[in-house]
Design a protein around this ligand. Sequence first.
Ligand code: BES
Ligand code: ZN
Ligand code: ZN
Length: 474
Amino acid sequence: MKFNFKEKTDLSTVVLLFEDEKTNSSIQKLIDKGTFKASKGKVISDSFAEKPTIYVGLGKKEKLDFEALRLAGFTAAKEANRLQLKELYVDIPVFENLCYAKSVSAFLEGFLQSEAVTDRYKSEKDKRSLEELYIKLNKDSEEVQRAVKEMEFVMQGVASARTLVNERSNTMTPSVLADYAKKLLEPLGVELEVFDLAKLKEIKAYAFLEVARGSDEEPRGIIMRWKGNKNSSDLTGLVGKGLTYDSGGYCIKTPGGMSTMHTDMAGAASVIATMEAIARNKLKINVTALVFACENLISGKAYKTGDIINSMKGTTIWVGNTDAEGRLTLADAVYYMASVEKPNRILEVATLTGAVIGALGYITTGVVTNDEHLANDFVAIGKESGEAFHILPLNDEYREMIKHDEADLANSLRDVGAGSITAGAFVEHFVENIPWVHLDIAGTADGKARGYLPSGAHGTPVKTFYYYLKSLSK
Ligand code: BES
Ligand code: ZN
Ligand code: ZN
């Protein structure tokens, strides 16, 4: 969709309405009669008119936030497509107590959210008519346009994450993922290095290679470097879980549980997409991202329950469950990041546990951290960007729960509970005391359509990653 910052009043128009504020437009009659209520996400249009007006509700005035504006933009775009409009005009008012540039960006983000591809595998493609939106700004035009351009680049990243996650495991293998990252990121100035099996053996990625063993597809390590500030030694490390398929291995999943496991690389997709967003926006920061990608399958070579395996760090691990494979791949990835790249902080993201869905459902990403201050900063930025996070507790009692009597650690133990916390505690063992935030996106990476999010992959948490990393450049 093209955004055109020009007044063009001879088009169909979007009018934004508060639930608790009278307007002098003709819609007020319907509101007075109770036919229409301008609550969040509600829309009505005079569709018989030659140039219909689209009225979108924002909810209560004092409760207005960026999230309501995103939903309003999304709702307006959906209605415009239903009316088969090609062009649309909107005059975006200045809202009290909200930064104008951020308000406009949020509202326009909603329009871009409406463009998410959900017909990838359908013979009949979605028909969307809306091509161009004319916008009247009422303040700081240049600054606002800059923020909108930035948001458009971030949304390109979000779209890439969604594309990667929605692709199925028969086409999205570890080597395809590596090639995709290379083709996407190198032209944007991101340096990329791909580790093949021989190199992964050389760096002693033992735990990761145990998981990868059961598959005929070769694993890959993908390391991506954005050096946006050569005058600074500050470095952030991003690590994403990259299981292009998780069958559970010998602890095989149910057919229902397994059918969505092409999404088990959503963490990897989100860090690749974040690199895209920061490179497109040329952020003045240094970021290194790492993905260890493989498949968790069953074969004569696959690892088994009861095995005791090694890791890059040298920590031995008793395999209590071959379906708790994510933490094994992350153990080596995070250890490599911590010990070789030595960043100032590590943000690690994974579709790690079903337990996080039990705790937080499909709405909120579970957070485990060794640095509350870092995690609080991150969560606060999530609030602005419209992604929900909740910090789970981590202390020595949980850390004790992952110990084993015959090996140093266990990847899974029966009847201890707190599945998302103990999974986090396991990964923590390998971060070498570097400030670290773990994001469990098992519930939030994909799912049904919700609010302005499409069905399938959601692109979580690319927006928050981006705006958090941007906050480091100030
Ligand atoms: N990839 C799954 C977690 C998952 C579950 C992601 C549902 C998305 C939706 C992970 O590898 C897994 O299977 N975890 C196990 C761990 C358990 C065996 C300790 C789980 O959560 O059941
Ligand atoms: Zn698993
Ligand atoms: Zn998994």
